[in-house]
Design a protein around this ligand. Structure first.
Ligand code: 3H9
Length: 703
């Protein structure tokens, strides 16, 4: 074996050259890789003893695509286009040996080879859309030529991966092999022995003919694929570019693809989505916690409480293949909880979201008990009972007596003091919060709340559990509402005020929908149930005139057929209700407020800026480690549009000086000192660097 450069190996085996990318962790196509590939191809082409070439990768996967860290920096030659062109133009047949996840530019490079073979568990995809991009190295032109424009548009707009089996069936790959490199070598030898023609993908047009003759089914597939992607620029560009594959010749299609890519890559949406890609990964890095801290092995879990939340949390364990015990107070509650879980699986199977037979397989991982001694073999126990401090304290004291030493003990509280709960045990270092979001089996966010005594080991284990469940874990500090709900509370206050001052629920919701949230706050409140907040307010002795009045009339939201809106005949569509409008007007009058017209801009500012201000306070107090963690919380827990990058990223785009100025204005106009800009917000604004310039808790403490 010889090294072409640190990122690419080259060796020959008989008449076959092996070019292997060796660039951990995911063989991204960095400048070194691209340069190495060209040099290796030169070597193979110049060696007259080489008759065919295999392109493979070392490590855990074939290439996962372009090196995303290079985007936004000056381009360095050779570019990926040039590499792919060279591979495609080679007179010696090239077989790509795929395994792991072949993604983005990695797949585009493989599409530039003459053949592709893959390991049985390999998966392939063009996920650029998730970064606010379209495949920019020929993917939108070559994939349709192999699998047809309809299948290509579905794959490219969704960014979903294609299994080896499906790839073989639709023409993406030419064979499934046991060992990728060996299999590709054998394939190459067979090509040589049989003198199999090695057509370039760019020259193939058989799968384009039908769409060329009648694009109707392509347009239908495109409309279906983009149905729920409002506000985003990339999906439409993907569709346009795939359409070009059958309306333009290859070179024109490729040039148009490049133009679309260049436009998107410098745009705010792609910058936001790339920010979130890295933020999600960064969130799992805990300052001061080194690689020597290893998560504990989880072979059995338990959940205390089989209600909607507890059942959903338990499903996450079963979905990750971890046996889980639900503990309830009596047999009836247990049966009810397990039945609800079964029903949820059945619905998913019926909808086609899970394969037939899944319910039985998953339910086999569940057990139920009312006997706490059964908790002794659990490696993690998550408490999901009523949000009541005394009850939780009692439960944790009892847990202390039953759980094995070293087991992770977690509370799913969304508001209560995790330290107070931890101190009910003699092992507060093993206790933390695991705050799941409803529905717990669906929502991706997991706030991991560290208490004063929580150990690194406990945090590492909680992160590993979250990842195994397919969640996005974010470690946060202990305070009322943690990160997400604490910021949400600011928005909720403004919602109520806006109604009293002159807005109506549907106007506020429309502004938030237009911004890109899937739901407005009032429709969301109706869905979640207004009684929840009412109960909390009563407990805390605070009021919200309009929401309280609705609840007093039994209008708890969708479940009672009315809330801020009315839901007739079981409909889930919110319809504005004149009764509510009158109630709002009366409330304003009662408080002596003269209603005024409120602009959409003001609504947007008051729905977002106080939250951004709270984000700054959260950073000041060290509750969040970094601004990007807050962004991840809001994207995955509250529906903040990913293409807007989260509250802190968005704030930097708006400009912190503007936000500071507007908050100062509202603090005076509404006469609420709580709206005055936080010290950190002001200093980050003055620094000119915004949240992106936040350098850590030390900086916040100094402000
Ligand atoms: C593209 O290809 C554009 C072209 O169409 C056109 C170009 C002209 N670049 O996710 P993990 C890092 S766009 C740079 O934790 P896993 C990642 O940040 C690209 N870095 O591992 C992390 O770093 P750290 C299209 C990358 O096993 C580390 O690798 N491709 C890249 O859970 C491990 O990552 C994609 O969008 C990259 N492309 O998942 C694929 N990929 O350890 C993006 C990863 O410092 N990648 N890193 O935090 C993925 O989806 C997942 O990483 C993958 C592995 C499934 C591959």
């Amino acid at each position: 074996m010889s090294k072409i450069n640190p990122a690419v190996d080259y060796e020959t085996h008989g008449g076959i050259a092996l070019i292997a990318i060796d660039s951990p962790p995911v063989n991204a196509l960095s400048h070194a890789v691209r340069a190495g590939l060209i040099a290796a191809l030169d070597a193979a082409e110049q060696d007259s003893a080489v008759h065919a070439i295999v392109l493979g990768c070392r490590g855990r996967t074939f290439s996962a695509g372009a090196d995303i860290t290079e985007f936004g920096k000056p381009p360095r030659e050779p570019g990926l286009h040039a590499v792919i062109e060279r591979f495609e133009a080679s007179a010696k047949p090239i077989v790509a040996a795929l395994f792991g996840t072949t993604l983005g530019g990695g797949l585009e490079l493989a599409l530039g080879c003459h053949f592709r073979v893959a390991a049985a568990d390999a998966r392939m995809g063009l996920p650029e859309v998730k970064l606010g991009l379209l495949p920019g190295a020929g993917g939108t032109q070559r994939l349709p030529r192999l699998i047809g424009p309809e299948a290509a548009v579905a794959a490219i707009v969704s960014g979903k991966m294609i299994s080896a089996k499906a790839g073989l069936a639709d023409g993406l790959i030419d064979g499934i092999v046991a060992d990728p490199i060996q299999g590709a070598m054998d394939f190459a030898r067979a090509v040589l022995a049989n003198k199999t023609p090695s057509p370039r993908v760019r020259d193939r047009s058989e799968k384009l003919a039908a769409a060329k003759a009648d694009p109707a089914s392509f347009e239908k597939a495109a409309a279906e694929a983009t149905k729920r992607l409002k506000g985003m620029e990339a999906p439409a560009a993907c569709v346009q570019s795939v359409r070009n594959a059958f309306t333009l010749d290859f070179d024109a299609g490729l040039a148009a693809e490049r133009d679309l890519f260049m436009k998107l890559v410098v745009g705010d949406q792609s910058r936001a989505q790339r920010h979130i890609f890295f933020a999600e990964r960064e969130a799992q890095k805990i300052p001061g916690m080194g690689p020597e801290v290893k998560p504990a092995k989880i072979t059995r879990a338990a959940v205390l409480g089989g209600g909607t939340m507890g059942g959903g949390i338990a499903m996450n364990f079963a979905n990750a293949g971890i046996p889980v015990t639900i503990v309830e107070t009596d047999a009836a509650a247990l049966t009810c909880g397990l039945d609800r879980v079964r029903e949820t699986y059945d619905i998913s199977v019926k909808r086609g979201a899970l394969p037939e037979g899944t319910t039985e397989k998953r339910m086999a991982l569940f057990s139920g008990t009312t006997d706490w001694s059964k908790l002794a073999d659990a490696d993690v126990i998550i408490e999901a009972v009523f949000e009541e401090m005394e009850l939780k304290k009692q439960i944790f004291a009892k847990l202390d007596a039953h759980a094995r030493p070293g087991a992770l003990l977690a509370t799913n509280t969304s508001t209560l003091d995790v330290d107070a709960i931890a101190n009910a045990t003699k092992r507060p270092h093993d206790v933390l919060g695991m705050h799941f979001f409803s529905p717990a089996n669906v929502m991706k966010l997991l706030e991991i709340v560290r208490g004063k005594a929580t150990s690194h080991q406990a945090i590492a284990t909680a992160i590993a559990i979250g990842k195994a469940m397919g969640k996005v874990p974010v470690v946060v500090g202990n305070c009322d509402g943690f990160v997400g709900n604490r910021m949400l509370a600011r928005r909720t206050t403004e919602c109520e005020r806006l109604l009293l001052e002159g807005a109506l629920p549907h106007q506020v919701d429309a502004v938030i929908l237009k911004f890109g949230f899937p739901m407005g706050p009032f429709a969301m409140g109706d869905l979640a149930g207004l009684d929840v907040g009412w109960r909390i307010r009563k407990h805390r002795g605070v009021t919200a005139p309009i929401s309280d009045a609705l609840c007093e009339q039994g209008r708890f939201g969708q479940k009672t057929g009315s809330g801020y809106y009315v839901y007739e005949n079981g409909s889930r569509t919110p319809t504005p209700d004149p009764v509510v409008e009158k109630l709002i007007m009366d409330s304003s009058a009662k408080l002596g407020i003269t209603r005024r017209a409120i602009s959409d801009q003001e609504i947007l500012e008051r729905m977002t800026y106080p939250m951004i201000n709270e984000a700054a306070r959260i950073l000041e107090e060290g509750i969040a480690i970094r601004p990007s963690d807050i962004d991840v919380v809001w994207i995955y827990g509250y529906g903040w549009p990913v293409w807007r990058g989260g509250p802190c990223f968005h704030a930097d785009l708006v400009g912190l000086p503007t936000i500071v100025e507007r908050l100062e204005h509202y603090a005076t106009a509404i006469n609420d000192p709580g709206l005055a800009p936080a010290a950190l917000l002001k200093s980050l604004a003055a620094s000119g660097k915004g949240f992106a310039g936040f350098t850590g808790h030390a900086q916040a403490a100094a402000e």
